[in-house]
Design a protein around this ligand. Structure first.
Ligand code: NAD
Length: 471
């Protein structure tokens, strides 16, 4: 079906929002033969590619290189004191993002996904109106609509963005490295920025309202991160309240309850993200939005309107790109009439790319005990791992939580929690173990290459059988 201008307007599937959840649905649907329209008001790739995961990890890699060069003399490689060229750093980040953006754009084109540039709003009749920058409108119809409008950084009263006050969106555009930084909120985003900026030479203070940074992460793992942060000069203050700030020139002074005023050159507000449901014109459509702005869905990502689904940061599920991918696949399988298994949100992989990296899946020790499990726990430090000693990175631990069997031995693996070198690349075995509901005896049967970092996982599992090799 085409309109008067000859534009195709009817599709099997319309996806509104081109972040990981949205482009994931478009690519997966198109690869299954669906005729897909993708509506995006900015650039395909969304927050993850342009203002989130990818640029953050790229800058964290710069921090990694900087640290490696700073310690090169330990290996007998004498290069002198490293210096940072911020504009090259930012140019490399832009180049990586740009390369992935063209790759994604090419992939969408190759799969014959029709891209509509503009803001998509849902009609009561399930049509989608796309309004472009020039206010031109096109009305699209489809058998199914997936809403994937994503999220934006939350702010806090008194810390409106501008001048020294930044959110993750602005950090990626910094033209120079700030000398003194306050990070408000010690979640994943706050800890990644704090770690990166501290390694690149900024003086960093984390101000977290809760008693612990990295909420949701196993306490032992958090303590390894804390030890490293403190060792690298990051001032971590938990249980604090920030009442406001007084800018003066390019810097600003924070009013921290019960503590001395804190003067900094940049404030990074990383207190969570909020869904962008208001951009979708959902009033009167029947799609239900909760008081926090999340679109309400069931376990199959179905909204209250037949034929309309919502995925990604727009719904109240973990704000992770790979969760968005999983939800996209779940919905497309339903459209194809295939067996669709809801996402088990309690067992998704979590990876935080600060130094030391954090990676985990399943229950923390505390969560397992709170849920009434009797548990057996193994903790392995990297000091006993040959590869960790070779690369010179021994911060962190591998911790495995298993259900205690009736005979007192360790049974099913409930959680795998890691911090340390490249653990974000090592979670695979733990992820499969927890999701397969494998027991320690079953997993202990499998080999890990020697020498490798993954041996620590293998050793930790082996030790839970009551015997061990090196650990
Ligand atoms: P978050 O919710 O993970 O952490 C926000 C932190 O800010 C919490 O610890 C909270 O207690 C604290 N906070 C809230 N209000 C505060 C205040 N007024 N003063 C001080 N502290 C305050 O949010 P985030 O770190 O901004 O991340 C947002 C989303 O992006 C999350 O869904 C996160 O999972 C996702 N994300 C994930 C990764 C990753 O897994 N590597 C990386 C970046 C972002």
């Amino acid at each position: 079906m085409t309109d008067a201008a000859g534009t195709e307007t009817h599709f099997d599937l319309i996806v509104v929002g081109g972040g990981p959840a949205g482009y994931g649905a478009a690519l997966y649907g198109a690869s299954a033969g669906l005729n897909v329209a993708l509506v995006e008001k900015d650039k395909v790739g969304g927050t993850c590619l342009h203002r989130g995961c990818i640029p953050a990890k790229e800058l964290l890699e710069t921090a990694h290189v900087f640290r490696s060069v700073a310690h090169a003399a330990d290996f007998g490689v004498e290069v002198g004191t490293p210096a940072l060229n911020w504009s090259t750093t930012m140019a490399r980040k832009a180049q990586v993002v740009g390369g992935l953006f063209s790759g994604l754009s090419g992939l969408l084109k190759h799969r014959k996904v029709t891209l509509f540039a503009g803001t998509g709003t849902l009609g009561a009749d399930r049509s989608v109106t796309v309004t472009g920058d020039d206010r031109d409108q096109v009305v699209l119809t489809a058998d199914a609509v997936i809403l994937a409008a994503g999220s934006v950084p939350r702010t806090i009263p008194g810390f409106e963005v501008g001048g020294p006050v930044l959110t993750s969106d602005e950090v990626f555009e910094l033209t120079e490295r700030p000398a003194r930084v306050a990070v408000i909120g010690g979640g994943a985003i706050g800890c990644e920025f704090a770690s990166m900026l501290a390694d690149l030479g900024s003086q960093v203070t984390i101000l977290e309202a809760l008693p612990q940074i990295l909420p949701g992460v196993d306490k032992d793992v958090v303590n390894t991160v804390l030890r490293s942060f403190k060792g690298r000069g990051i001032d971590v203050r938990t249980g604090v309240r920030v009442n406001g700030h007084q800018p003066s020139g390019a810097s600003t002074t924070l009013d921290v309850e019960g503590a001395d005023p804190l003067e900094v050159d940049a404030v990074v507000v990383s207190v969570g993200r909020r869904p962008l449901s208001e951009s979708l014109g959902l009033d009167g459509t029947g799609v239900v939005v909760d008081e926090r702005g999340f679109v309400e869905v069931d376990e199959y990502c179905r909204t209250a309107v037949e034929g309309v689904w919502a995925v990604g940061d727009l719904i109240a599920t973990p704000g992770l790109a790979h969760v968005g991918y999983a939800e996209a696949i779940l919905v497309v399988k339903q459209l194809l009439g295939e067996v669709a298994v809801p996402v088990d949100y309690s067992r998704v992989p979590w990876c935080i790319y600060c130094q030391p990296e954090v990676a985990f899946v399943g229950m923390t020790e505390q969560a397992a005990r709170d849920a009434g499990f009797e548990v057996v726990v193994a903790k392995h430090r990297w000091g006993g791992n040959s590869r960790a000693l070779i690369i010179g990175e021994t911060e962190g631990m591998v911790k495995i939580i298993a259900e205690k069997s009736a005979d007192g031995t360790a049974g099913r693996i409930l959680g795998v929690h890691m911090s340390g070198p490249w653990v974000t690349e090592q979670l695979g075995a733990g992820y499969l173990s927890v999701n397969w509901e494998a027991t320690v005896d079953e997993v202990a049967h499998f080999l890990q290459p020697h020498p490798s970092l993954t041996e620590s996982f293998g050793e930790a599992v082996l030790s839970l059988t009551g015997r061990s090799l090196n650990g």
